[in-house]
Design a protein around this ligand. Structure first.
Ligand SMILES: *[C@@H]1O[C@H](CO)[C@@H](O)[C@H](O)[C@H]1NC(C)=O
Ligand SMILES: *[C@@H]1O[C@H](CO)[C@@H](O)[C@H](O)[C@H]1NC(C)=O
Ligand SMILES: *[C@@H]1O[C@H](CO)[C@@H](O)[C@H](O)[C@H]1NC(C)=O
Ligand SMILES: *[C@@H]1O[C@H](CO)[C@@H](O)[C@H](O)[C@H]1NC(C)=O
Ligand SMILES: *[C@@H]1O[C@H](CO)[C@@H](O)[C@H](O)[C@H]1NC(C)=O
Ligand SMILES: *[C@@H]1O[C@H](CO)[C@@H](O)[C@H](O)[C@H]1NC(C)=O
Ligand SMILES: *[C@@H]1O[C@H](CO)[C@@H](O)[C@H](O)[C@H]1NC(C)=O
Ligand SMILES: *[C@@H]1O[C@H](CO)[C@@H](O)[C@H](O)[C@H]1NC(C)=O
Ligand SMILES: *[C@@H]1O[C@H](CO)[C@@H](O)[C@H](O)[C@H]1NC(C)=O
Length: 468
């Protein structure tokens, strides 16, 4: 390898990064992604790499096989004690499920006192999402959590699929005695789908919230008591002659997000309990709004007996027509990409153009994943003590918010895993229109990750160039 060649690779990688920053391509029901950026992210933007994972929207992607195949369900029980260092960073994860069961975007901290994980939302941030690297099709998921509190602060625990199917718990901080349950089929909004379950203070108490999702029905339970049952046969739509029932492989998302941020649509702000107070006591001490996760169990059920199977490791969509359960097969297709240029169309893209580039980019990726790019290791010793000492070893993608002696790593991602966006005229709430408010921050975030990967590559190029 000559110095000139090395420099060429450096230039090409820097140039391709600049191109990626400049061209933002959006995707929605009327416009699918182009072939060179085939994946439509959950936030309605086209790209490769991370755009093709984690709720990549199969409906608006270039083709049904553009998103990466989805790792199959694996039963698990996770105690979130000292767990922040085990989390993968969703902004750089490339699909190796041996590396992480759970990913985060935003800010996470260990909470030693309760052997739990804190999802933090510092002032003016978009919040934090914890998401599973594998999907459930079908299964039972239970989470022992404490929600956030106060108006405008929303905590969510949902199953979410790349076809827009959802089964939700949502908690608005202004009403701590209600768990709102909801479901969506392919993002179709129906106000009558929401049902409330009463419970006791969700901020002060750990409750175990369960979603028991079968082919024919789903139940929502709190502390072992069923609060709602939905049968598939209740969702039959006589016009379309189909069941509008959540039926595609879904990942688990737990999030805290600012529904009441002033830049959100009026209907969203109203639903979330009014405008968020970014000067509330929590913002001063401990330095952020927060939700707390103690434990999550996942029990996998068998996939539908009619599912096409020629393997055991991945769920894939087999057609672009309807995105229903019948359009899913179980295969051994690759679930991992080599670089962030990859996609379901070519998971190895970016790895084979030259041996040096392959080495460089895989080195940069794995070092980001295994080193300090993980979550913060801040210890939250006491929520009420303003002098609790804490430290942060974070060097995460973009920004650090400091509050006294506390430092919380934070990326710019919006945690609106399920944003409610409303049109101001009707005050109506729609999940599919959500992308607008979060897409820019999502892109900023991915660019942050790309920037880091490219910086490392460039630094490596420099070192290589020097040595050679
Ligand atoms: C889809 O995106 C295109 C291009 O960004 C835009 O012109 C169009 O209005 C969008 N359609 C919908 C239904 O949002
Ligand atoms: C996936 O991650 C595991 C654990 O870090 C590692 O041993 C394995 O080599 C990785 N697989 C690939 C294909 O990189
Ligand atoms: C929240 O609103 C502030 C303005 O009050 C804005 O600067 C910030 O970007 C918004 N954050 C999100 C995540 O929407
Ligand atoms: C998870 O499973 C274990 C073992 O069955 C049980 O003790 C625990 O209560 C469960 N936790 C949740 C959150 O469901
Ligand atoms: C659920 O409770 C919230 C208040 O927390 C209320 O605004 C909403 O209308 C209730 N929804 C239903 C379907 O009763
Ligand atoms: C739906 O299915 C359940 C369970 O199989 C049954 O009890 C119920 O009567 C059915 N409801 C309708 C509307 O068919
Ligand atoms: C919403 O769902 C209910 C029950 O499934 C149904 O009766 C109603 O017609 C639906 N409304 C719309 C607008 O789809
Ligand atoms: C049936 O589905 C269509 C298309 O999604 C929708 O417009 C209509 O409101 C649905 N009707 C009912 C009764 O749910
Ligand atoms: C299994 O099926 C998938 C999807 O239909 C296809 O892409 C793949 O090539 C098949 N693999 C084998 C080994 O037949």
């Amino acid at each position: 390898m000559t110095v000139a060649n090395t420099w060429l690779i450096c230039l090409v990688s820097v140039f391709s990064f600049i191109l990626r920053v400049e061209a933002s391509t959006f995707c929605n029901a009327t416009q699918a992604c182009p072939e060179d950026k085939p994946c439509c992210s959950q936030y309605g933007q086209c790209g490769t790499g991370q755009y093709c994972l984690n709720n990549c929207d199969v409906r608006y992607s270039f083709s049904h096989d553009s998103c990466m195949p989805i790792p199959v369900c694996k039963s698990s029980s996770t105690k979130f004690k000292d767990y922040s260092s085990k989390l993968g960073n969703a902004d750089i994860f490339l699909g190796n499920v041996s590396e992480a069961d759970w990913l985060y975007t935003g800010a996470v901290l260990d909470y030693d006192d309760e052997e739990s994980l804190i999802l933090a939302m510092p002032k003016n941030s978009g919040g934090t999402v914890l998401s599973s690297t594998r999907a459930v099709w079908y299964g039972k998921v239970s989470a022992k959590i404490k929600t956030s509190h106060l108006g405008g602060v929303v905590t969510g625990f949902i199953l979410y699929s790349g076809a827009g199917d959802e089964i939700d718990y949502e908690f608005v901080g202004a009403d701590l005695e209600t768990a709102q349950t909801n479901f969506y089929w392919e993002s179709v909004l129906n106000y009558t789908n929401s049902v409330n379950i009463s419970t006791t203070d969700t901020f002060e108490n750990y409750h175990t919230y369960e979603l028991d999702w079968h082919e024919d029905y789903v139940t929502w339970s709190i502390d072992g008591v069923v609060g709602r049952t939905l049968y598939k046969n209740q969702t039959y739509n006589a016009t379309t002659k189909s069941y509008q029932y959540p039926q595609t492989p879904s990942k688990v998302d737990i999030s805290i997000w600012p529904g009441g941020n002033s830049t959100n649509a009026p209907g969203t702000i109203a639903w979330s309990g009014g405008e968020i107070d970014w000067n509330a006591a929590d913002i001063n001490d401990p330095g952020y709004y927060y939700a707390i996760i103690n434990e999550i169990n996942i029990t996998c059920y068998d996939p539908p007996s009619t599912a096409k199977k020629n393997g055991t490791s991945a769920y894939v969509y087999t057609s672009s027509n309807e995105f229903l359960a019948k359009d899913i097969a179980i295969t051994d297709d690759e679930v991992m990409m080599d670089t962030d240029e990859g996609s379901g169309l070519d998971p190895h893209k970016g790895a084979t153009t030259s041996s040096t580039q392959k080495t460089s980019s895989s080195t940069s990726t794995s070092s980001s994943k295994t080193s300090s790019d993980h979550s913060t290791s801040t210890k939250k010793n006491s929520k009420s003590s303003s002098t609790a000492s804490s430290s942060s070893s974070s060097s995460s993608s973009s920004g650090t918010t400091k509050n006294g002696d506390k430092a919380v790593s934070t990326t710019s991602t919006s945690a609106t895993s399920h944003i409610k966006t409303a049109s101001s005229e009707s005050g109506s709430v729609s999940s599919s229109a959500s992308a607008s408010s979060s897409s820019s921050s999502m892109s900023g975030n991915n660019m942050g990750a790309n920037a880091i990967a490219n910086w490392r590559l460039t630094a490596l190029c420099f070192i290589l160039g020097y040595i050679l």
